[in-house]
Ligand binder design. Structure first.
Ligand SMILES: Nc1ncnc2c1ncn2[C@@H]1O[C@H](COP(=O)(O)OP(=O)(O)OP(=O)(O)O)[C@@H](O)[C@H]1O
Length: 691
């Protein structure tokens, strides 16, 4: 018979004995594979500038027990059943035969390996014979035990994965702190935020100096002059900061000054709600106050002030619990590469994941918020899982980032069409106490599946002119030569056009241009692409580094100044990224289309007028007014299109409805229009049927 019971101090001696017995059989815990590096030595590393490591990194962390915490937790669980444990057999909770033990700490989790990370959760249960302990093991990339310091965590996660250089090179670095209330998320995030504030300016100066030096060298070795910039290494980047709080469905701006705002019953300032939606370009950019910061101290101060505006209210677990998600965004614009997308650091301290038992003590408003927080955490899980799957598979993967405001805010990391490289670090926090093991198991099983294995080694792919990942050295040199030639020729043609127009005004004529004449390349391609470098290598290089290498291989002159060459280089590497992206998308689509055709009857039932899956649309009946919309398509074609597009279908319909709502248009019509458009893409129009 299954039963459950609250953990009491009476059970402690047995549980501790079981834990000791288990520990005695364990080999010594595995340490980290290599010494940790600080930002300065990492930046000097010879491979700096290359996108290294995985796209998704999962870490576990547990904190030390706090003074008197064990006793408080036992006290809290006495009448609240919050430490309910399950198991088979008779309930022995009420067995008062034994003397209650002192409410002291008993470990609920052990870090058995730091790298790869392993946490073992000790799950108490009950049998007729008394308490039992089951040991469940969870894997991550890294694991930090209770004695791990914030510096070590920072160096092994943020520094070792080049999160800052990524953000300084038009990439997106995202850090998510997840876990039960009171498990240490805010403690970790604040520590990371302050260290990032410090190192961001150090790294920016380093990257800025490298770029400027490359530019200086290029100028010195040629007759070129370029008076466009007057920058110093520490002014190459401009940093702007936004800080948003998402409380249930309500987003507010934490940088909005609190003065003069109304105050609610809990003493929190009532801030203006900030809408979150997609704009015409598909971007999600809530209108937030954006502050430019010029030093680590300014950034640090801004973060501290914003954090003090964050709402907290007690839960059963934590007396000052954060009930909201806090999203700090630091944008890095490179003034030397104004045409490159700004890089971003997204630092997200997620709301505490609460179980229903913990939220029972809340008022209605808090219950709703708690439900909404848990919904958003579930959506986040789906998106991160899909992204992790995408990293290991070539096939089509749908990331449902539109399903929730939190995941919408994280669009830069979830949008599969994004050209910006991204890395996501998830730090899952668990409490060290045995009373919390049920929560810890939830947290660890939430985060562990995000861990990806390195992609399977494959043989060299056959040459594909449209996929740089398949190019060898010679093919890469040929492509780079062609791209730089194309851009230089375009400049020559333009300059000639301007000259011809000017001459025509003066009643003169200029010699026609021989546009087949060879172009003397300003960039030495052999130097830019030394032996051994291939298209795949360039696809892994940050924009800033490609530009720097191009400058180092360039002979500047009056016409080809540093800024002209930088511009060309950024365009060329952008084209290369784009080719890789479209090749991936193309391959994904091919995999999708080669999937077995869905058996419509089995998938949608045998009624021909079923509801289209994932939408509220009913199939238009023959003769109905709506049917004329689809007159060109049979119902089978319509359903087949829905089946073929799979989850993508649902997403596009949702997007259409969302836009219609924003524009206050008829949403049903928008849904129908979107279906219609997708069917046209699928089958062509009546006049131009698809091949
Ligand atoms: N690694 C650690 N070392 C020492 N103390 C810690 C550590 N992690 C957390 N703490 C302490 O534990 C308490 C709870 O931590 P924190 O507030 O960060 O939890 P949280 O997960 O953010 O909670 P909530 O979701 O409710 O905001 C704090 O007093 C914090 O100082």
């Amino acid at each position: 018979m299954a039963s459950s019971a609250a953990l009491t101090t009476t059970h402690l001696p047995t549980l501790r004995a079981l834990l000791d017995e288990w520990s005695a059989k364990q080999p010594p815990a595995k340490a980290f594979a290599s010494p940790s590096q600080d930002i300065a030595s990492r930046l000097e590393d010879e491979k700096a500038g290359e996108v290294r490591g995985k796209d998704i990194i999962v870490a576990f962390r547990t904190r030390p027990p706090l003074p008197d915490e064990a006793a408080e937790k036992f006290h809290a669980s006495e009448d609240k059943e919050s430490a309910v444990v399950g198991g088979d057999g008779e309930d022995k909770a009420g067995d008062a035969a034994e003397e209650p033990a002192k409410a002291e700490f008993c470990s609920g989790v052990t870090a058995t390996s730091a790298e790869p990370g392993t946490f073992v959760a000790h799950v108490p249960g009950f049998k007729w014979s008394g308490p039992t302990l089951t040991h469940k093991s969870y894997e991550a990339d890294l694991a930090f035990g209770p004695t791990a310091a914030n510096d070590e965590l920072y160096q092994r996660t943020v520094v070792a994965n080049d999160m800052i250089p990524l953000a300084l090179s038009s990439g997106i670095a995202c850090i998510l702190a997840y876990g039960q209330t009171g498990s240490g998320k805010t403690y970790t995030m604040e520590a990371l935020e302050h260290r990032i504030a410090r190192d961001l300016f150090i790294a920016a100066k380093h990257v800025g100096a490298r770029l400027l030096q490359a530019e200086e060298q290029a100028k010195a070795s040629s007759a070129g002059t370029d008076s466009t910039e007057d920058l110093k290494p520490d002014t190459v980047f401009e940093f702007s900061v936004t800080f948003l709080e998402l409380l249930g469905k309500r987003a507010v701006d934490l940088l909005e000054p609190a003065d003069g705002l109304p105050i609610d019953a809990q003493g929190n300032a009532v801030r203006k709600e900030v809408p979150i939606h997609e704009d015409k370009n598909g971007d999600v950019r809530p209108r937030l106050i954006s502050r430019v910061v010029q030093s680590a101290e300014q950034l640090d101060e801004l973060i501290t002030t914003a954090l003090s505006h964050r709402r907290t209210s007690a839960t059963l677990r934590n007396a000052t619990s954060s009930r909201s998600h806090a999203v700090l965004t630091i944008r890095a614009t490179n003034k030397l590469l104004p045409f490159a997308e700004p890089g971003q650091l997204l630092l997200v301290d997620l709301a505490g994941s609460e179980r229903y038992e913990d939220s029972k003590a809340h008022d209605k408003q808090r219950m709703l918020e708690s439900r909404e927080n848990n919904n958003s955490l579930m959506s986040l899980k789906e998106c991160v899982r899909a992204k992790a799957k995408m990293a290991t598979e070539e096939g089509f993967v749908h990331i449902p980032w539109r399903s929730n405001k939190l995941t919408m805010l994280l669009k830069p990391i979830f949008d599969i069409e994004s050209r910006q490289p991204s890395k996501t670090l998830i730090i899952a926090h668990v409490s060290p106490h045995i009373q919390d093991t049920v929560h810890s198991v939830n947290t660890l099983s939430y985060a562990s599946p995000f861990k990806t294995s390195p992609p399977k080694p494959r043989g060299p792919a056959p040459y594909d002119a449209a996929d740089p990942r398949t190019w060898d050295h010679e093919q890469t040199v040929a492509w780079l030569t062609q791209e730089f030639t194309k851009r230089q020729r375009a400049r020559v043609v333009n300059a000639h056009k301007v000259r011809a127009e000017k001459a025509a005004k003066d009643g003169k004529k200029v010699k026609p241009l021989d546009d087949s004449a060879p172009v003397a390349l300003v960039v030495d391609i052999e130097k830019l692409c030394p032996r051994g470098m291939t298209g795949k290598h360039y696809g892994q290089l940050y924009t800033v580094d490609f530009v720097q290498r191009t400058l180092e291989a360039a002979r500047l002159d009056r016409e080809y100044t540093a800024s002209v060459v930088k511009n060309m280089a950024a365009e060329v590497v952008g084209t290369l990224y784009y080719l890789i992206l479209t090749a991936k998308t193309r391959k994904r689509r091919a995999v999708m289309q080669s999937r077995k055709v869905v058996n419509l009857e089995a998938a949608y039932g045998d009624t021909p007028y079923a509801t289209v899956p994932g939408t509220s649309i009913r199939m238009p009946e023959e003769g109905s007014p709506e049917h004329s919309m689809f007159a060109r398509w049979t119902n089978e074609q319509f359903l087949a299109a829905a089946a073929r597009h799979g989850p993508h279908w649902h997403e596009r319909l949702n997007a259409a409805v969302y836009t219609a709502r924003q524009q206050k248009k008829n949403t049903e019509r928008a849904e129908l229009d979107a279906c219609y458009k997708m069917m046209e893409e699928e089958y062509g129009t009546a006049d131009t049927p698809a091949a």
